[in-house]
Design a protein around this ligand. Structure first.
Ligand code: IMP
Ligand code: MG
Length: 186
């Protein structure tokens, strides 16, 4: 019998096996699309930690990795402004850059990240996200590789957090209303 999900998870959207299956397909697509090129992967922390680790091992290309600690989100609402927590970022001039993040929601964070990459004169910039939320309005920036599209619900696990919790869950699940409410008053 499969393990029971965490009690704060109302519904599991994707199991670990489903995630890994899809990540293998994205890794193969990236390997094919960048054949003969060298890549710089910019992983956005902390959310893409698990996704990037699984994806990188399935990309068969010469590549470099930089991890950017960017913050924009507080609780369940996007703030739209970003802050880099480190001062030294990789030189992206003349590189093919693949930005990797956990989720494309409003896209405000990733639009700002993309603008920062493009200001450095890379050869190309693409965006890869594990999840994309289906919303009424289009995101501020589009992704080139998407793991799964999901409904507009607040999800956690596989790197995604709620107030820094639940990142270690090996699956993606919808957080219960009670758990969200508890986090608001904590
Ligand atoms: P955006 O700027 O609205 O696209 O927000 C991007 C960031 O918000 C992501 O990198 C996540 O850290 C966070 N985020 C957006 N939706 C969710 C969610 O459903 N669960 C957890 N974090 C989320
Ligand atoms: Mg987050």
């Amino acid at each position: 019998m499969a393990d029971m999900p965490h009690p704060d998870i109302g519904e599991v959207l994707f199991s670990e096996a489903e995630m890994l299956n899809r990540i293998a397909a994205i890794g193969a697509a990236v390997t094919r699309d960048y054949a003969g090129k060298e890549l710089t992967v910019v992983a956005i922390l902390n959310g893409s930690l698990l996704f990037a680790a699984d994806l990188l091992r399935r990309v068969n290309l010469p590549l470099q990795v930089d991890a950017w600690s960017v913050s924009s989100y507080h609780g369940t609402e996007s703030s739209g402004t970003i802050r880099f927590r480190q001062s030294q970022l990789a030189d992206l001039h003349g590189r093919h850059v693949l930005i990797v993040d956990d989720i494309l929601d409003t896209g405000l964070t990733l639009k700002a990240v993309r603008a920062h990459v493009e200001s450095q004169g890379p050869l190309s910039t693409k965006l890869c996200v594990m999840l994309k939320k289906i919303r009424a309005t289009a995101p501020a920036t589009e992704a080139d590789y998407v793991g799964f599209e999901i409904p507009d619900k607040f999800v956690v696990g596989y790197g995604l957090d709620y107030n820094e919790n639940y990142r270690n869950l090996p699956y993606i699940g919808v957080l219960t209303g009670e758990a969200i409410a508890r986090g608001r008053t904590a």
